[in-house]
Design a protein around this ligand. Structure first.
Ligand code: COA
Length: 387
């Protein structure tokens, strides 16, 4: 198997509606990452840093990656803002892995950050909306919930199923989130409550949607060969893959599958040199419940329509054969846009080191992480394994 880089430290703030501003969130996640390295890592060793952020709402400023250097005390090194909407984190991680693999640097820092709750509803809708097609779809009033509502309608009709599988995704992810002290929502919900919740974009109700969250997450990556200088339990990045598609959903040939995710997954598996049967659990981009079902199929873990039955059978629960989103997913853990992809890898880092506490996935050896930008316009997939 490939060992492209190793993760030796990670940090994470609480996700939710937070008082902390963006600088404080960024600093807190990065400080935790440095403090978590078992044998220590000198800040002066970091060769390059990446900040994943949409630059949301009141935080919307240019050249923001300079603040990453400033707040983490590493001024002088190259810093780059990575913005691919909700997939910013996955692409920032990929950039850091490439930087290490190329031999350019020995140590890289990746931070994902979003402050979303410091602006009103109208500005929030605007900032979310600009990550979709603004010429036609947004102009016609289509929000992201609206796009995923259309995808859900088509999926249920194509496979002749009811909304129970969507509801089960929410029930499972809220149950997992209830075990995650960093999650935005730490409460369980019942299938009945999900099904009778107020509609947001039919057939999606309140509990089918991710919330609007603040938060940050950070990762420290080093060369695979040097990982054990820093810790006895590194987590190796074995494969990375990425893909893109047309921005407007109306210009794609199908609604219920994302070509960008399929391409990203195939590339990640080729790059890792492993098979799907060797993956112990998945962290997928469930911005809406339907997105989890589509992801499981696009990533090659189920055929068209089969993710619904796998979910209803309990296969994707934390103790099932293929756990999906043990941290609560975007649905319950929250979705601070730029932080999400980094947070997904943070969960994998804990799980593969058997440090996930009450939500530990039994026999976690290898994980796949899937991070999507907008409604499938960009996607990044990462495969990680225990050391
Ligand atoms: N899931 C579960 N509960 C939620 C929730 C969610 N997604 N969003 C809000 N709530 C809860 C709140 O905690 C609050 O509960 P309380 O009354 O017990 O305190 C209640 O619902 C009302 O919250 P409020 O913030 O007023 O909801 P809202 O109607 O303004 O927003 C959504 C609800 C679903 C519209 C909003 O969360 C949303 O837009 N989500 C999607 C974000 C998005 O598109 N991200 C990009 C994805 S590609």
């Amino acid at each position: 198997m490939g060992r492209r880089a190793a993760i030796v430290g990670a940090g994470h703030t609480r996700f939710g509606v937070l008082d902390a501003g963006p600088r404080e969130l960024l600093r807190s996640a990065a400080d935790q990452a440095f403090a978590s390295v078992d044998r220590g890592l000198d800040r002066g060793a970091v060769g390059e840093a990446f900040l994943a952020t949409l630059g949301f709402g009141g935080w919307q400023i240019g050249n923001v990656s300079a603040l990453l250097a400033e707040e983490t005390g590493i001024v002088g090194i190259p810093t780059t803002r990575v913005e691919n909407a909700c997939a910013s984190g996955g692409f920032a991680l990929r950039a850091a892995v490439r930087s290490i693999e190329s031999g350019a640097v020995d140590v890289a820092l990746v931070v994902g950050l979003e402050k979303m709750t410091d602006v009103g509803n109208a500005r929030r809708r605007y900032w979310l909306g600009v990550s979709g097609d603004t010429e036609w779809e947004r102009a016609a009033g289509l929000t992201f919930a609206g796009v995923y509502g259309l995808i859900a309608s088509r999926y249920l009709a194509e496979h002749r199923i009811g909304p129970e599988a969507l509801a089960e995704v929410a029930v499972k992810n809220h149950a997992n989130g209830a075990l995650n002290p960093n999650a935005h929502f730490q409460k369980e919900v019942t299938r009945e409550a999900v099904l009778r919740a107020p509609r947001v974009a039919d057939p999606l109700g309140l509990y089918d949607c991710c919330p609007v969250s603040d938060g940050a997450a950070a990762l420290l990556l080093v060369r695979a060969e040097s990982a054990r200088r820093f810790t006895d339990t590194p987590v190796y990045v074995e494969g990375v893959g990425a893909g893109s598609d047309r921005l407007a959903v109306q210009e794609r040939p199908e609604l219920t599958s994302f070509a960008a995710s399929r391409r990203a997954a195939d590339e990640a598996f080729r790059s890792a040199g492993c098979e799907r049967t060797e993956v112990s659990f998945l962290e997928v981009h469930d911005c809406f419940t339907i997105a989890e079902l589509v992801a499981i199929e696009d990533l090659g873990f189920a055929g068209p329509g089969e993710a619904a039955s796998l979910t209803l059978e309990g296969t994707t629960r934390r103790t099932g054969r293929l756990p999906v989103n043990p941290d609560g997913g975007l649905k319950a853990k929250g979705h601070p846009i730029g932080a999400t992809g980094v947070s997904q890898i943070y969960e994998v880092f804990l799980q593969l080191r058997r440090a996930a506490g009450a939500r530990q996935v039994p026999s976690a050896e290898r994980a796949l992480v899937h991070n999507v930008g907008g409604a499938g316009a960009t996607a990044a997939v990462t495969i990680c394994a225990a050391g």
